[in-house]
Structures are given as structure tokens and as C-alpha cells.
Design a protein around this ligand. Sequence first.
Ligand code: MN
Length: 230
Amino acid sequence: MTYVVSPPAMPGVPVAGGGTFPVRRIYCVGRNYVEHAIEMGHTGREPPFFFLKPADSILPVAEGEVGEMAYPSLTKSLHHEVELVVAIGQGGRDIPVDQAMAHVWGYAVGLDMTRRDLQNEMKKQGRPWDIGKGFDQAAPIGALKPAAQCQVGADTRIALRVNGEPRQGSVICKLIWSLPEVISHLSAAWELQPGDLIYSGTPEGVAAVQAGDLLEAEVDGLPRLAVRIV
Ligand code: MN
């Protein structure tokens, strides 16, 4: 095949212990923790829903490093959303809930960065969220850990600090839709493939960050994700 422009590089996430996970798609779950749904003006009882970010919007950060995210254009309200990210290693469609976890390759800590003012304006106008959610570097992600090497369970904690101050904190059992349910529902709408990432939703406490801020995102048992806004 003769490409008529240089083909773009395949986006990838570093794996703890070596190797790179190639990224095909980034699926995100909206409003998947009750307290976050409430802080966004909902009852917390609506079913979650999905949106996507471009694969090359990931900002991969290796373990022990501090990634640099440029404060994005067009916004005055850049929000953090710390999320557990699931990496799909085995694809499928209409995956039953009780088989869903066999499709998981590994886990990482991610940030679903959001231009909240633009997202809110699009919501108000009934327009797509892409400009609020799918901008360059909108999906920082830490090193992936293979599922066989970690235990992500009901009592696994998820947390975010900004400049050392706690901002978000919860436990995975507070997900409205569990990870197997998310995978099952996603696979009914799209055929999942190896290389897909799923940002599983954020707990309460989302807020704005400024240039210079240091974001430290943690999920028990996974490599920490550190990002500075520049
Ligand atoms: Mn989110």
C-alpha cells in the first residue's frame, strides 16, 4: 500500500514491566458514580451512557514520571476526572456479564480531562460533546498493569490529589454499573477489539485546574499517574 501522506504513529500505553499496549479506541462511561451524577445536576439514578475520545488523545505517562499536559485552548474551566481504565485484550460482541472479565487485559489509572465550559455549552444546545471531551491530550493515562498481576475488587480505592490536596476519592464498588456490566453493554453497541480502552467513570469531586498544578491520580495496586498542567 502506498500512503499519500505519512501514516500517523500508533498511539500506545506503556506497560509496567515492559512493552506497549496499542490503542485502538477510547470508550468513556458517563455518570457512573451516584455522587458525581448528583453533583452534575442529575438524580444519580439515570442509566450510564457512553462517549468516545480519539485514540491519539491519550497522554501516556510511564511509571515514576510526571507527564506534561498543555493547558488546552478555548476553555476557562479545565476539569479533572480520575477514572479506573480497563484495557481490552480479547474482543467480542454481545459479551455476557459473567464472561466479561475474561476480555480484560489489564488496568491503568486515567484522567478524563474535560473542557467543562464547552461541554456545558454543548449540552445546553443539544450538540455533541467532542469539543469538551475529545481534544488533544484529553486522556492522560498511567502505565498499564496486566490483570493477572493485580486485584481490582469492590474495596479498591480511587483517588486524586491536586498539589497534594485531596480532591476526589471513592471505592470501585460505588460504580453504578460494574466493570463486567460496562463491558457487556458496550459490546452490544460496538464490537470490542484488542487495543480498546474503557474509562469507567469518575467519582464526585471534579473541579478545575490551572497551569502549574500537579495532578496525582491513584488506584490501589496500580502505577500512580502524575501529570503537571503547563
Ligand atoms: Mn468521565
